[in-house]
Design a protein around this ligand. Structure first.
Ligand code: ADP
Length: 178
């Protein structure tokens, strides 16, 4: 079996272009779309994604912070989108770090449950939600590695970084794991 690190890749770019089984969206709890990566995913994926989000919210209500739901990928190259709600950064005393780790863990578990072998993550919460990027990179890499050590059905996890700062922080975290 491949080591856990070698199943992780880091890319700089636009997550809507990545060909994987599932891409993760940094959504808000209404699941109704928004700015940043959320807006980009809904724009590129088309209306089928929002329609499914609306059905999910009608059935089970808003998506709590740290949790995740899955929809079609619509017109994206990815088959599915997992929508997870990252924590807003309020200074660190509102369980933000644990909630961010839950986003990664719950998204990975949902991917496994849906037989996905390849998954791409954006840098959840580091945009409009203002989670400190260095802390977020540490949590993202450590949580994914921990998960991969126990779960072997996931073949590839790609961190798709939109900005150079996140890319270099994630690469630095990865270097420390080798
Ligand atoms: P949040 O509300 O969770 O902070 P944002 O969408 O504002 O969500 O930001 C999360 C991260 O996604 C940021 O690092 C932002 O630069 C990045 N991002 C924005 N657009 C894209 C995209 N098309 N592909 C990948 N990452 C993106």
């Amino acid at each position: 079996m491949q080591s856990s690190n070698s199943r992780i890749e880091v890319l700089k770019g636009d997550i809507t272009k990545v060909r994987v089984d599932v891409v993760v969206n940094a959504a808000n709890s209404s699941l109704m779309g928004g700015g940043g990566v959320d807006g980009a995913i809904h724009r590129a994926g088309g209306p089928a994604i929002l329609e499914e989000c609306k059905r999910i919210v009608a059935r089970q209500g808003d998506c709590p912070t740290g949790e995740a739901v899955i929809t079609t990928g619509g017109n994206l190259p990815a088959k599915y989108v997992i929508h997870t709600v990252g924590p807003v950064w309020y200074g660190g005393s509102h369980q933000e770090e644990e909630k961010l780790a839950e986003c990664y863990r719950n998204s990975l578990a949902l991917a496994v449950a849906n037989h996905c072998k390849t998954i791409a993550f954006p840098n959840i919460s580091t945009g409009i939600y203002h989670f400190p990027k260095e802390k977020a990179a540490h949590i993202a890499v450590r949580t994914v590695l921990d998960f991969l050590q126990k779960e072997t059905s996931i073949e590839k996890v790609i961190f798709v970084c939109f900005d150079a700062e996140n890319e270099s922080l994630i690469r630095k975290e990865m270097d420390q794991t080798r």
